[in-house]
Every structure is written in C-alpha cells, then in structure tokens.
Design a protein around this ligand. Structure first.
Ligand code: HEM
Length: 478
C-alpha cells in the first residue's frame, strides 16, 4: 500500500511540474509573439539553461560533422530555426534568401559576432570586427589592391617561382603532403603581398609565432597565464613587434609612396591609420592565406583524384595551354590562369562542395523581420552556407563532384556564397582562384600523380585528415 502512495505522489508532483513549466513556457512565448507584431520567432529549441544547444552542436560536429545537428533541426522545424549557441540566442538560417538579407545588411542592422576567444585574438581594430565608415574605408582599400592587375601579376610571378622551387624537391619514392606544401607556399606568398618580406629567418620566426597565435582560436575565453588564449595573445604581440618594425622602416624611408603591399597602402592612405591598426589587420589577413587557400588546393586534389574524367579534362586543358605558351616562348600571365574555363569550374565546384567557411555569425543591432521571421535585437544569426550549397533543390545530386554543372549556372546567385556577400564580401576572392589554378597547372603538366586515401574533416575547421598525401611521377615532355 505504501508503495502505491509513493508512486501516486511522485506522479502527481511530475504532473504538476509539467503543468507549471508548460504554463510559463507558453506565457514566455506569448509575450515574445505579442511584442513582435504578428511576426514570430521560428520554431526550435533553446536547449539547456545557460549552455543552450552548444554542447549538442559541438559534440555532434566533432563526431559526425556539423551537418547532423543542423539537418535534424531543419527537418523538424524548417529551413530557419531558433537555437542557443555559444552563449547567445541564435537564429540558424539555411535559407538562401534569409542569408542574403543578413549579408546585405549594414551595421545599423547586423554586426559581425565571433566567439570571445576569436574576437580577443583579432582585436577591436581588426577588419573583421570594425564597423561603419572605418570598415568601409579599409575594406575598399584592401579589395581594390587585391583586385589590381599589378598585384595579380606580382602574385603570379612569385607563386610560379615558389611552386617550381617546391616541386623541384618532390621525390618519386615518398609521398608529397599537398596541404603542407600549399600552406608553406601560401604563407610565403601572402607575407610578401602584405609586408614585402622575403623568405628567410625573419619569415620563419613570423611563421613560428603565427602558428602559436592560430592555436588559440578554438580555446576557452580565459586569458590567464598558462591558458591557450594567453599563449596565443603573447604570440600575436611578438608578431605585432616584427610587423611594426617593418612599418616604422617604411615610414622613416618614405617607402610606401608607390604602394607595393598592404602596409604601403594603409600608410599612404590619407586617414593616417595608427601602426597598431595596420599591424593587426596585416596579421589577421595572414589567416586566410595560411588556412583557407591551402585547404582549397588540397580539396581540389581530393575531388579530382575521385573523378578521373574531370582530372583528364583538366590535364588536357592545362597541357594545351602549356604547349601553346612553350611554342611562342611566352610566360603564363595571371589572365591565362584565370581564363582556363574547365580549371576554374573545378575550383568553383570545390568551393561549393568543400565549404571552407561553413557560414558566418552576425548579431542583430535592432529587431529585424525577414520573410515573416522575427529576429530580436541582441540575437545572433548563423548563416549556414553549407546547407545551401548542399541542398538538392539548389543543386542536382549536391554531394557529387560535378564541375560541368557550372556550364550554364550563374555563379553570382544567392545559392553560391563561399566568399560571403554584401559589405563584407571577401576582398581577396580572386586570389584563391589564381593560386589554386597556378598550383594545379604545374602539378598536372609536370607530374602524373595518384592520391592516397584521405578524409575531409569539417569541424572545427575544414582540412584533410592526413594532409592529402599523393605519389608523383615526373612527366617526360617532348
Ligand atoms: C578559399 C579561400 C577563401 C575563402 C573561402 C574566404 C571566405 C571569406 C568569407 C566567407 C568572408 C566573409 C566573412 C564575413 O562575412 O564575416 C571573408 C572575408 C574576408 N576575407 Fe576571405 N576567403 C578566402 C581567402 C582570402 C584571402 C586569400 C584573403 C587575402 C588576404 C582574404 C581576406 C579576407 C578579408 C580581409 C575578409 C574580411 C572582409 C570584411 O570583413 O570586410 N580571404 N572571406
């Protein structure tokens, strides 16, 4: 009899708790709906108090990849859903139009938002964190410089030389790790473009500090001696010292008047940017060079190794160009590389499938409404590009590597945003295409190669698990 009472009382307490919880939940929802003029928050779950769904997202992203968390909720709640991630209530959008709206909005509506460890490492003056007029000014300056023909010619000459030096040391009896090779080349190239530093001891030291700096990006936001974040911030200080010394020399000798690198450009600009702003931005711009461009190259090799027809067409296209140029005794120009039609389609398809930047975070600076969805002030939006790029309503057989799909497809559509969009559209977007194209050209015209098995890791950043090992055999040219 006692047992029956215990079960009865427990069931009653449970029932009452559920009633009370449901009442408060409904009350809260009602309040938020009413305050938003018929627009409503999308469906979704806010997860646990304080931590929200961060642990779910991170653990499933590490184990099965970032899509599992997103796809599950997308099928339950729709293309746009609410969640609570990285300490903030968040709207996750896998909808191309909502993403476009967010990307196109300026800082009066959305500002970038990063995990605390990342924004501490970037610093408040980084192009990634600043807003308004200063951001526009620096973005335009940098984008103009990266687009200039002069820079592209300079990059082509240097990249060819770095690639040739590296390939001269490739051996037929051991594998070449493409991701490592591409990293080393891309870093040298970018440091030259940013501060005109040539390979040597100072560059090696800068790279050593850079690697310590980058290791703190995915760390706990605790800046105390001994923590990863502290160690990274110290490394950034050392990098800043090297870069500021270079800035000072340029200032003293008036070397920046005919800009040859990004430092010159910022020094020459009449706004008189302080050395810290210049140094910090230059350091932050090393990140895409060292991280994303090499991954693009490694991914292209991975996809080509699994698509013999695409590899054959790419090789034929590049051999044809090489023969033509050799016959005329002309060197290849950046325009030659950028106008290889099939090679560029391979790069585009790699960007779509590879999703090197899986999405970006923004924070709403006021209540916003888009497509009948309400985004409250202070909430974050995670524009998740991966889902849009891998959605079968946007791309037939989206998980199939198919460079030919770009034959009649518009690259500037809202469903293709590997470089983001709007005011923060990647200002360096031509450089990955150019660098990847040069690398692929020299690889397929000088070697026959076969790849070892490797896996793409998609979280926390995209990379090849085994650094993309390939075996090469030199081609004998007639
Ligand atoms: C495959 C290579 C690359 C990919 C996929 C990529 C992608 C992106 C994306 C998605 C953004 C937008 C971020 C946002 O909206 O918050 C961005 C911004 C940016 N990228 Fe790239 N990028 C690449 C290479 C480069 C290179 C080589 C550079 C040159 C140094 C560069 C410099 C920048 C800068 C400075 C920004 C910040 C722009 C701003 O906030 O105004 N990126 N990139």
């Amino acid at each position: 009899m006692d047992n029956v009472w215990v079960v009865f009382v427990t069931a009653l307490i449970l029932f009452l708790s559920i009633v009370v919880l449901t009442f408060f939940q409904k009350l809260f929802r009602l309040k938020s709906f009413k305050s938003r003029d018929n627009h409503q928050l999308p469906l979704g779950s806010m997860g646990w108090p304080f931590i929200g769904e961060t642990a779910d997202y991170v653990s499933s992203a590490y184990t099965v990849g970032p899509d599992a968390f997103i796809n599950k909720r997308r099928s339950m709640y729709g293309k746009v859903f609410k969640s609570h991630m990285f300490g903030s209530p968040t709207i996750v959008s896998t909808d191309a139009e909502v993403n476009r709206f967010v990307l196109q909005s300026d800082a009066t509506v959305f500002v970038p938002c990063y995990p605390k460890s990342v924004s501490e490492l970037m610093g408040e003056l980084s192009i990634l964190c600043i807003n308004g007029r200063l951001h526009r000014k620096i973005h335009c300056l940098v984008a103009g410089f990266f687009k200039s023909h002069r820079l592209k010619s300079q990059i082509t000459t240097e990249m060819q030389s770095f690639v040739q030096q590296s390939m001269a040391n490739w051996n037929e009896d051991r594998p070449v790790f493409i991701q490592d090779v591409a990293k080393s080349i891309a870093f040298q190239l970018l440091v030259k473009t940013l501060i005109s530093l040539d390979p040597g001891d100072e560059m090696d030291l800068l790279r050593k500090h850079y690697q310590e700096f980058i290791s703190g990006f995915i760390s706990l936001p605790v800046n105390l001696p001994g923590t990863m974040l502290h160690h990274s911030l110290q490394a950034k200080k050392k990098m800043r010292k090297i870069v500021q010394k270079i800035i000072q020399e340029k200032r003293d000798r008036g070397l920046y008047k005919d800009p040859k690198d990004v430092v010159d450009l910022l020094l020459k600009d009449a706004s008189g940017h302080c050395d810290k702003l210049i140094a910090d931005n230059v350091i932050d711009m090393m990140i895409p060079g060292e991280e994303s461009v090499p991954v693009l190259v490694a991914l292209a090799i991975k996809y080509l190794s699994e698509s013999p027809l695409a590899l054959q067409q790419l090789t034929e296209e590049n051999m044809k160009l090489k023969r033509l140029k050799d016959q005329n005794g002309e060197p290849l120009s950046w325009k030659d590389y950028m106008s290889l039609p099939f090679t560029q389609k391979v790069i585009t398809e790699t960007l779509r499938m590879g999703n090197i930047i899986m999405g970006v975070f923004r924070k709403a600076t006021k209540d916003v409404e888009v497509k009948g969805i309400s985004i409250p002030k202070g909430w974050c939006v995670f524009t998740y590009f991966r889902s849009v790029h891998l959605d079968d309503t946007n791309y037939d057989h989206p998980h199939q590597f198919n460079p030919w799909r770009w034959q009649n497809k518009d690259m500037s559509s809202t469903t293709f945003t590997p470089f983001g969009g709007g005011l923060r559209l990647c200002p360096g977007l031509d450089l990955p295409r150019l660098e990847a194209s040069i690398f692929l050209h020299h690889l397929v015209t000088r070697f026959r190669w076969s790849a070892e098995e490797d896996t793409i890791v998609n979280f926390p950043t995209v990379r090849m698990k085994r650094r993309m090992p390939i075996w090469v055999k030199k081609v004998k040219l007639d």
